[in-house]
Design a protein around this ligand. Structure first.
Ligand code: ASP
Length: 437
């Protein structure tokens, strides 16, 4: 059994958190490879080390002093080192990094130093080998992860050590310079390490006890999802439910490795298990999760006999495509067609799209409406279960909310409902209440 663990910034924000991490790691000998983020916020007013590093880069770029931000970074690490009682100093590293910043090192190099230094401290504290991501994670010249080279090199290096700590968030370009993933990218590093080492499980340790069934900003104490498939996760993530960097899913999904989301502050909570496929003993609830987003618009087009006009739908979509806008949903009736799209993507292009649709399609009526929200009700338990849609729709209508659109994906694991933005929270709550009874 081999486990790869990743600890997020809040799990490594100060010495107390480091102690919790060490206890978790040391409690099982299978927990062998540990990916570290940079120190995150200790409280809501705090600043993440990564953000301080971006501040340093910006200051140096603008030829301003980096001293203040850099001193804060030094204090953060020195406090952790001192509180943990480590006989260890990062002074020479600080000196090197500061000099590089003053000599206008690249933004990604500067940003990556938070993980680099934190992984060094954690390796020292755990008594594990420090393995720099620079020597095992590679991008190609277009900036895409070089999967094959990374897999091969990383497993070659890590196999030399029984236990190691690897900094998250970055790797190196073919010319040796450092490149970071997008923000939150240590999740991706964890996933890459898990794949390279053929881990049995990828434990992603954070500050929540898993993925919630619905957004806790809208629902009080929502239930934690015990088991979710990668496919369901993708549907929910697309609608804004995030526990994990989106790109972290692919490496482990491909190799069939489950991810376990765990809480560093409540290590006994089982968290959420994200699995490629469920076993025969799977007993899902009807619904796994609900997620949604505001900020959509609809373009509604009506034309008599649209149904029998060849190429009508194609022409509408061609106009939208020509203006560089992608659509989300496409509900249609006999003589009506609605295109649901992102309001932000539409802005600045409304007049041109309107003009072109009139020119290409000659509709009887044409309207654009903003202020639409979409809610996705997702669950593998919905497949072949009768009456789910009825329950969703009744819950919404019993809450006196008007439904603007309904769309059930052919996969049958999701139902998408559109409601006015002002009804969004109420609708979400109505559906959650119905299925969490
Ligand atoms: N430290 C980086 C960030 O703040 C990467 C990470 O934490 O995953 O985005």
């Amino acid at each position: 059994m081999l486990k790869v663990l990743k600890f997020g910034g809040s799990s490594l924000a100060d010495a107390d958190q480091f102690r919790k991490v060490a206890e978790i790691v040391k409690s099982e000998p299978e927990r062998r490879y540990v990916v570290a983020s940079a120190p995150g916020k200790r409280n809501s007013d705090d600043i993440k080390v990564t953000d301080l590093l971006y501040d340093c880069f910006k200051a140096s770029f603008e030829k301003k002093s980096v001293d203040e931000s850099f001193a804060k970074i030094e204090v953060r690490y020195n406090e952790i080192i001192k509180d943990l009682g480590l006989d260890f100093s990062l002074d020479s590293e600080f000196e090197k990094i500061k000099l590089a910043i003053l000599h206008h090192a690249g933004e990604d190099y500067v940003a990556s130093r938070g993980e680099y230094l934190n992984a060094m401290v954690l390796a020292k504290y755990l008594g594990y080998e420090f393995v720099d991501a620079e020597s095992g994670i590679f991008f190609d010249n277009s900036g895409k992860l070089d999967t094959e080279k990374t897999n091969q090199k990383l497993s070659e290096i890590l196999s030399k050590y029984e236990y190691a700590v690897i900094p998250g968030f970055y790797g190196s370009m073919p010319n040796g310079t450092i490149k970071t993933f997008s923000r939150g990218g240590s999740d991706i590093t964890g996933s890459i390490v898990a794949r390279a080492m053929g881990a049995d499980i990828y434990e992603n340790w954070t500050d929540v006890s898993g993925m919630y069934m619905a957004d806790p900003r809208c629902i009080d104490n929502p239930r934690v999802i015990e088991v979710i498939t990668y496919r369901e996760l993708r549907e929910l993530a697309y609608m804004g439910a995030t526990v994990l960097h989106e790109d972290a899913v692919f490496p482990v999904r491909e190799s069939g490795i489950p991810i376990n989301i765990r809480n560093t502050n409540k290590p006994l909570d089982p968290g959420t298990m994200i699995v490629p496929v469920v076993g025969d003993d799977d007993k899902p609830g009807v619904i796994t999760g609900i997620a949604g987003k505001k900020g959509f618009s609809t373009i509604s087009i009506e034309k008599d006999m649209m149904n029998s006009e060849f190429g009508f739908g194609r022409r509408v979509l061609e106009v939208i495509e020509k203006h560089g806008v992608s659509f989300e949903h496409l509900p249609s009736g006999i003589d009506t067609m609605t295109v649901v799209l992102n309001t932000d993507a539409l802005n600045g292009k409304r007049d041109d799209i309107t003009r072109d649709i009139f020119k290409q399609c000659n509709p009887d009526t044409f309207t654009i409406e903003d202020g639409i929200s979409l809610i996705a009700v997702v669950g593998r338990g919905m497949v072949k279960t009768k009456g789910v849609a009825v329950r969703v729709l009744s819950a919404i209508s019993n809450a006196d909310i008007n439904i603007r659109m309904i769309d059930q994906g052919s996969s049958e694991i999701n139902i998408i409902i559109a409601v006015d933005e002002c009804d969004y929270e109420l609708a979400l709550k109505a559906i959650y209440d119905e299925f969490s009874k």
